[in-house]
Design a protein around this ligand. Structure first.
Ligand SMILES: O=C(O)CCC(=O)C(=O)O
Ligand SMILES: [Fe+2]
Length: 215
């Protein structure tokens, strides 16, 4: 199934803009197509692109180490350590801009969010492999608010165990927020494919709640 920008929406509230519940079974996905953020998406993109100390991280798969095909940064409360691919990352301290965005995402999710992973996809060659955000420190039903800025890219969902299940492709446009909750991470993996065609840069921010004393 494909969800394209401009799909008719369930409801529209001026504080939230058009919002849609996505038809993926055994998941809880809400897409805010153009969430009002109190600043233009162009300004937000440019500030984050310029101010973030972007890093190329490596990942070890079957004993071989590769560079991740994108740039990353991790921010959060001082105790929000995060384990990813066998490594523990200490968070950078919140910037004023990221704190403002965090507060907006908390309000939207009606849940605490003490950290954020930033991913910078420089062009269509950058991508994210299929994964679930199901690390123990995110708890049994992680709440993740994913804000996209810049070039639209497709996020694709595939079932974790049942190969025959129909998946979902959802286009994440500039200024959209995808709320993933409930059993989403328990049942589904997601990723961003490489593109063959030229494509501009994109920044994605996934706000999360890392449980204390777990990492
Ligand atoms: O770039 C995206 O939309 C996906 C990001 C993501 O899945 C993650 O940070 O875990
Ligand atoms: Fe993810």
């Amino acid at each position: 199934m494909q969800i394209e920008p401009g799909t008719p929406t369930d409801a529209s509230d001026p504080d939230l803009g058009p919002v849609e519940r996505l038809p993926l079974p055994d998941a809880d996905l809400q897409l805010f197509h153009q969430l009002p953020l109190g600043a233009s998406t162009t300004d937000l993109f440019q500030a984050l692109q310029a101010e973030t100390p972007w890093r190329e991280e490596s990942i070890t798969l079957f004993g071989k180490t590769y560079l991740q095909p994108r740039l990353m940064a991790w921010y959060g409360d001082p105790d929000a350590h995060y384990r990813y691919s066998g490594k523990t990352y200490a968070p950078l301290p919140w910037t004023n801009l990221l704190l403002k965005l965090r507060d907006r995402m908390q309000q939207l999710a009606e849940a605490p969010l003490n950290s954020v992973l930033l991913n910078y996809y420089r062009d269509g060659r950058d991508s994210m492999g299929l994964h679930a955000d199901d690390e123990p420190e995110l708890g049994p039903a992680p709440v993740i608010a994913s804000l996209s800025l810049g070039e639209a890219r497709k996020l694709y969902f595939r079932h974790k165990r049942e190969r025959g299940r129909e998946g979902l492709d959802v286009t994440l446009t500039d200024g959209s927020v995808l709320l993933m909750r409930g059993a989403t991470q328990a049942n589904w993996k997601h990723g961003i494919r490489k593109l063959a065609r030229p494509c501009g840069p994109r920044i994605n921010l996934t706000f999360r709640q890392v449980q204390h004393g777990q990492a």
